[in-house]
Structure formats: C-alpha cells, structure tokens
Design a protein around this ligand. Sequence first.
Ligand code: GCB
Length: 599
Amino acid sequence: MNTYEKAAMGKWMLIALFTMVSVELVTAQTAMINIQSRDRTSLNGEWKALVDPAGRGEYLRVWLEKKPQKKTDFFEYSFEGAPVLKVPGDFNSQMPELTYYEGTVWYKKQFTSSLQPGKRLFVYFGAVNYLADVYLNGEKIGSHEGGFTPFQFEITGKVRKGENSLIVKADNRRLKNGLPGTGYDWFNYGGITRDVDLVETSNTYIEDYFIQLKKSSLDTVRGWVRLNGPETIQKINIRIPELNLAHSTKTDGKGIARVEFSSDFDLWSPENPKRYEVIVESETDTVTGQIGFRSIEVRGDEILLNGQPVFLKAVNIHEENPYEGKRTYSKEDARQLLTPAKELGCNLVRLVHYPHSEHMVKEAEKMGLMVWNELPIYQHIQFSDSLMPQKMENMLHEMVRRDRNRCGVVIWALSNETYPGTPGRNKALAELTRKCRAADPTRPVTHVTNTQNYENNTFGVKDSLYLHSDIVSINEYIGWYIPWQGRPPDTRWNIAFPDKPVFISEFGGEALYGNNDGPADEAAYWTEGYQEKIYTDQVKMFGTIPNLSGVCPWLLFDYRSLGRMHPVYQQGYNRKGLLSENGDKKKAWYIMKKYFKSK
Ligand code: GCB
C-alpha cells in the first residue's frame, strides 16, 4: 500500500468508525438504564424457592400462585412453606441436595412499592445463570439468556401500590447453542447469583453515558450522554468538583448529547488508582459516579498505559470463593480474591471466562488492578447456529454497557480457545470484533487461542483470528499437557503477526498443595516441585518471546471443576492454582512473585 492509499484507508476507517459509533448510540432506544451510579432498593435477602427437576412448573403455571378455594381443590405447589435461598448466591452451595444440580429453581420475593405518578421503576438483575423468566404479579415481564451479564425490565405501569410478587424461573441447564456451550472447565453454579435491585427514575432519565478519555489522549474526554423519555431536548451539565470543572452540552431530538472537554487529570494507574466524583445532570435527572481517567492503547508492538509501555503482570481468576466453594458475589468476596493478586505483584487481573460481578471490577479498579473482561465464547461454540450472532451481540453489549465507564477495564477479550475449523467461527468473531470496537473505540480488543503449533522447540502462531485482535494472546501448557521439545531458553517463535504485542494468557500445571515427595529435580506430576519446575522453565522461555507484553499464569486459586476426576490429586478441583483452595501458597507462587518483581 502506498502512502496515498494508506491515508485514504485511514480516512475511510475514521468515517466507518464514526458511523458505527453513531449507530450504537441511536439503536439502543428501548427503555434501558445504566444503574452503575444510581440509588437502588435492594431485593437481596431470602427468597422462597421451589426446586423443579422435572420441569413441571411451566405446566402448573406456578407464577399464577393459585391457592385452593375449597378444601378439596387440587393443588401441587405452593411458595408458602417453601425453603428459602439467599439472593445473591448460587443454589448449589446452599442445599446439599442441589450440589450438582443443573435444572430449574423457581424463586419468589414479595416487595412493596409506593411509586409516585410521573416516576418510572425498573427491576435489575446483576446476573441469573443461565436462563431467566421473570413474572410480576402473575404476568411475564421478560426473559433473559446468559449467566454473567446484567439485565432489567421496566415495571412502571405493572407494579402495584403496596404488595407485589416477583417470581423468577432460573434454569442452569447447559445448552448446545449456549454461551458457553455444554463443555467448560469450571463449576456451573446456578440461580440468582448476583444482586437484584429496584431502581426508580424520573420520567425522562439519564439512561447511560460514556465519559472516558478519548483514544491516545491524556487530557481530553470524548463521549456522550443519552436520555430516555419524552423530554428529549435538554441541557446537560457534567461537573467534576475536585477539578473545578463544569461542561455544558445539549441533547438532540433523539436524547443524545455529545460530550468533549479537557482537563489536567491526575491519571489513574496501578500505582495511583485515582478516581473523581463525576456528576451528570440533565434538567430532569442527576447521576453521580466515581470515574478515573487513563489512556490505554496498543501502538505497534507495545501496550501503552498513559502513553508509557506497560508490561502486564497478570493472573487468571475464576469467580469462585475458594474457601467456601461457592460463586462469589459480594465486595468482600471480591477483595478476598484480589488481595492475593496484589500480593503476587500483579497489575492486571484476567477475569475468566465470563464477565465477573460489578463488585470484582469496581474493587479491582479501586485497588489499582487493571481488568481484562472476557465473554464466555469458550472452546466449542456453535457459531453457525442461526441464533448465535444475536446472542453474542446481546452479551457483548451487556458487558460493555455495564463497564464502559470503568477506567480499570483495559481489555475486552471476546473469545477463548475457539477452533479455526469450527464452521462460521472466523466470520462470526470478525463481526463481533467490529461491533465491540463500535461500542467502545477506546479499549484494545483481543481473542485468545491455543491452536499454535509447537514442533522442534518452535512455536508457530498463525491463527487468522489474530487479524482481529490488538494483542496476540496465547494459551500454552508446555511442561504440562505438552512436553518440552528442547531447552526452554532455546525456544524459537514464528509469529505471523510480528507487529503486535504478545501476551501469554495461560500457562501452568497442577499440583496438590503439600504433595512434596522427593527432590525437586526428580519431582513427579501433581507435586509442588513439578509445578515449580514448570514455572521455572516457563520463566526461562519468556525471554525468547518477541514483543512479549505480559504473562498470566493459570491461575490464582485451585477451583471446582467436575471434569477433574483424579481421586487422589484433584477430587473435583482443577489444581493449577498458585494457591490451594484454602489459600496455602504452593512453591510455584514464589517463582511467579520473583518474576513479577523483576519486571
Ligand atoms: C485452558 C482453558 C481453561 C482451562 C485450562 C486447564 O486452556 O482456557 O479454561 O481450565 O486450560 O486447566 O486446562
């Protein structure tokens, strides 16, 4: 391509990008709400629960809550006298008989409302795994698919003054055409796993906003504010009191205001996790958020944070409370997982393999940990299923919408270990990447693969998915699933994308904590010594990788996974943790800690 062609191409891309951004802004016009910075009335707590392994609840129409009129009336279900489950929380860890359950549970919560005329009300679910049908006072108000992203329904006009009954059918059965599909290496915790809230707004409310530094800039915010409701044309003020900053703009007939302002920000970074109170005001609504400002970009073969090259010292984390063997859901749970990541010397957490709760993302940001947010497009996904494009797109938007104002989030990861031969994969993921960049032009996007070839101690990395990836993210388990084919420091690399940064997104091996028989150099599989050796070799090999921009061991804690069947060493746990499920440090922990200290 000559200079002229390059310039023309650049211009075309800019026009395309602007058009795409506009499309995303104007299409999301159904009643939606970004509740991140809003007051909420929590519906957390005890919910009545009916376990329905036979799937009879549909036939019985339990949402109608019929009660017998006469003593002899037939009835076979009742929420009265039903056991209770805590929300948020998975059901598997709350009742011994549900430990391995994959099926339906009907949940019920009573609440009172005194919604005033002219106000609007939404019911918000942080996540329900995997399918949810929601009923209010006997009427279906909506359904949702996907176990790890938030959803909501407007209930203005449906909610009653006084008592209301909210019923949720939660079904965590695996679907062939689900996201993820049927096979995955983590525990399938089901139920209403995250917070449930009521959110009240004015008739025309601030539906969403995007307030982050524009790409490559250290001082200029470029974004938008979007209203929902009849009074679309309004004056908007954005204030950051600590910076003495006040910016005014105006919405158009579609309720959208462009935002652009500059300031001398104290930039967010792992060393300085600074956030500001940002107040967004319209004439009818006000929301207040804690927002940090930083720039993140891939330039050439480097990742730049605030304009400076950064090496990603990362660790993989599953959303499981290891000590209690349950899905994490609270701020405290999040801190429990993130504190050892800090201790290890990390500056980034790869939250696998699905979007984690808002608490994880917010606490990480506060603690100075960059966040990698990932979609559950994992291994064997049925890309050619006719419903798949829509499912992927919905999930993408739910993830981006929730976290686009979180400066801690620095990477959108769209897939993990999909296979080049899967029909429809390349087209589907290229399209998804385009949509992701349109929804958020500021953050790098990546795909992770494990399909590289390793022969004669040489890696061949050529999956065409990396054409759509700002970072070449590689999972490799040399020393565990695949034996070394030479000395680790002699490893060679043929990477078909020499101009991009490389990130080793997974490596490691399993060890049962305390299994320490024999000297380290004779150590056998499953010992801490063998795992330590894998880490020592990997660290030697890292020095051979061109454009290496970070590494991320698999993973922080041992975690539950049904496929891990070894009766002595695994007992239903994936044992690749640097820490046991009780938080004990394995020998490999110290190798990793030393490596991160040296970077
Ligand atoms: C992988 C997957 C991860 C697994 C891990 C393992 O490549 O991305 O989800 O759990 O390997 O332990 O095998």
